[in-house]
Design a protein around this ligand. Sequence first.
Ligand SMILES: *[C@@H]1O[C@H](CO)[C@@H](O)[C@H](O)[C@H]1NC(C)=O
Ligand SMILES: *[C@@H]1O[C@H](CO)[C@@H](O)[C@H](O)[C@H]1NC(C)=O
Ligand SMILES: *[C@@H]1O[C@H](CO)[C@@H](O)[C@H](O)[C@H]1NC(C)=O
Ligand SMILES: *[C@@H]1O[C@H](CO)[C@@H](O)[C@H](O)[C@H]1NC(C)=O
Length: 196
Amino acid sequence: MARPGHTASLLVVVVKTTALLLAAGTATAQGCANATFPAGRWFERCNALPVLGASLHWTYHAANGTAELAFRAPSPSGGWVAWGINTAGGVGMAGSSVFVASHDGGGAVSVLSTVLESTSPSLTNGTLGFGVPVPATAEYAAGAYTIYVTVALPDNSTTQNTVWQAGPSSSGGSILPHPMTGTSLQSVKKQDFLSG
Ligand SMILES: *[C@@H]1O[C@H](CO)[C@@H](O)[C@H](O)[C@H]1NC(C)=O
Ligand SMILES: *[C@@H]1O[C@H](CO)[C@@H](O)[C@H](O)[C@H]1NC(C)=O
Ligand SMILES: *[C@@H]1O[C@H](CO)[C@@H](O)[C@H](O)[C@H]1NC(C)=O
Ligand SMILES: *[C@@H]1O[C@H](CO)[C@@H](O)[C@H](O)[C@H]1NC(C)=O
């Protein structure tokens, strides 16, 4: 009597596990797993972020507490995108250290590294609230910016309050405010760099 019961519960476990794997696989395929990067760039994990069509791709190194990452978000070429971590213990824009990719006045893609002092930040290119062992670079291709950077996760913690955003630039390349409505106000996430 014990044997058939045991077999049946094993089957249930197998079926449940398969269903979970299928669900996870589908979610991943629809979100970010098919993203391609230039030769030499590869990331272990990815998450499709909840809004703005953005995705985060990363490889976490526990030994030194760093994450090599790529942030990708769609934008017109005359716009900017940004990703960062709130190091002020808060959630959202103010107090976040961010990387902003945009086209400068000369048409080249550049990255600004800046601490957002408030919701009306000065956008001074400077030192962030966490270590950046490999400085940020960015590219614009197929209607999206991708920012590449390696960060030392603050407090060596694998969960971080992250923010991201997209907005317009002036014709001279200056970063203009992002929309203050809808999904532009929902771009915050407690990001888990271990599990994603
Ligand atoms: C991702 O790639 C797989 C395998 O090539 C394919 O079946 C799937 O449709 C792709 N998903 C998306 C969102 O492009
Ligand atoms: C970060 O934490 C991991 C354990 O999670 C530890 O092995 C590593 O030494 C720590 N790294 C730093 C830079 O503190
Ligand atoms: C910010 O400073 C870094 C390092 O000096 C530089 O590489 C980058 O181009 C600067 N970004 C902007 C937008 O000026
Ligand atoms: C962190 O460790 C990984 C693998 O252990 C290594 O590839 C990477 O270069 C290290 N990063 C830094 C900034 O030391």
